[in-house]
Design a protein around this ligand. Structure first.
Ligand code: UDP
Length: 358
């Protein structure tokens, strides 16, 4: 298959601003290449693919980013800036896709979904968020009536946000296992990884660290400075150790030394890449029982699922985290979330999409 991928219109690949989509795209490219498919990627200027993905052709586009939907009101209209990066990536993608089998869109936005109804090229969409915008939700519903196979989701619970989709296609996610080293030390610190923004609920993890009289190591882009400094001020100085945004390789080296990852989202997290990355290093995860994390974590085997927003419950599981065997964590990823497993699911799905157009 010849597949053209469109990246997120928020931040270049490697910036961290695009969140989990950046890693998902690279993992998918790895899996597709190893299955023998031909891949082209359209991405913002300065983007880089993994070195091992050099067989994929990368096309760079310049322009203004979109505003992320999770930071707008649910009823906000679509805003497309002048010199729109998204429009530029689509123009390029549609042009290249004339010679390809399918255009695979990974941006959560209105324009590419709307295009589906207005061009003959098959456009498939990996929906990377729960329902964060009314206008996008309604458009998905409209396109779904004509093209029922063109949308795929990372988890069932994410797809439940789009109840008009009767049998959602669930593709999970994939991770390049060679990029993560298993570490077996159970005595390390507490970790938290993610974009520092209100939907990620960092404050609940800091609460746990503070109750235990420990530091919380925090990795990720600080997307919302106000939110970060408010949390910092509500706890004793030094409770948070800001570690910054690291490359996958640097991150996994540090994360692997930790005894547990706390994952505390307040929204319907579509999947939660950082959970699987942590498990791949052998680090168990405690998360709230909501969104994608509740489908990934095997309660009592690879970590624990706490009652949503119940910080004391979260804390009680940290106290028994040594009961989790770190090997179970790595094994779960090997069996369920490798790049090849992920790419196979995506290819099976894309075959269905292509058939609709014949
Ligand atoms: N991440 C990273 N370096 C860091 C912190 C985070 O590369 O120092 C990446 C991480 O690998 C993951 C992404 O940031 O792929 C966060 O994705 P997730 O699905 O957890 O949440 P999202 O940001 O998409 O809501």
């Amino acid at each position: 298959m010849h597949i053209v991928l469109i990246s997120t219109p928020i931040g270049f690949l490697g910036s961290g601003k695009g969140g989990g989509v950046e890693l998902t795209l690279n993992s998918l490219v790895s899996g597709l290449l190893s299955l023998g498919h031909s891949v082209e990627v359209i991405a913002p200027k300065n983007s880089k693919l993994y070195k091992s993905n050099e067989k994929a052709r990368l096309h760079l586009v310049e322009g203004e980013d979109q505003t992320s939907w999770q930071h707008q009101n649910y009823n906000s209209p679509v805003i497309i800036p002048d010199n729109s990066l998204l429009a530029g990536m689509l123009e390029k993608g549609l042009d290249i896709a004339k010679q390809a089998d399918v255009l695979l869109n990974m941006s959560y936005d209105w324009l590419p979904i709307w295009m589906t109804l207005n061009v003959d090229i098959p456009i498939a969409h990996i929906i990377s968020m729960g329902s964060e915008s009314l206008v996008i939700r309604n458009l998905i519903s409209k396109v779904y009536d004509k093209y029922p196979y063109n949308f795929a989701f990372h988890s069932q619970i994410q797809a439940d946000d789009y109840p008009f989709i009767k049998k959602p296609i669930i593709i999970g996610n994939g991770f390049k296992l060679d990029n993560y080293t298993f570490q077996d030390s159970m005595k390390g610190p507490l970790a938290w990884v993610g974009r520092v923004a209100p939907e990620k609920g960092l404050e609940d993890a800091v609460y746990v660290a503070n109750e235990l009289g420990e530091k919380l190591y925090v990795w990720g882009v600080i997307e919302d400075e106000n939110y970060a400094s408010k949390i910092e001020q509500s706890f004793p100085q030094g409770t948070i150790d800001w570690m910054g945004f690291l490359s996958t390789d640097e991150l996994q080296k540090e994360l692997g030394k930790c005894r547990v990852l706390l994952n505390t989202p307040k929204w319907n997290e579509a999947y939660g890449n950082v959970i699987v990355e942590s498990l791949a290093c052998g680090v168990p995860v405690i998360a709230y029982k909501r969104g994608g994390p509740s489908e990934i974590i095997q309660h009592g085997l690879t970590g624990y699922l706490a009652d949503p927003d119940d910080k004391k419950n979260l804390l009680s599981y940290v106290e028994i985290i040594e009961k989790i065997k770190r090997k179970n964590c790595r094994e779960w990823v090997e069996k369920n979330a490798s790049t090849n497993i992920f790419a196979n699911k995506v290819v099976n799905w894309l075959n269905k999409v292509i058939k609709e157009y014949k």
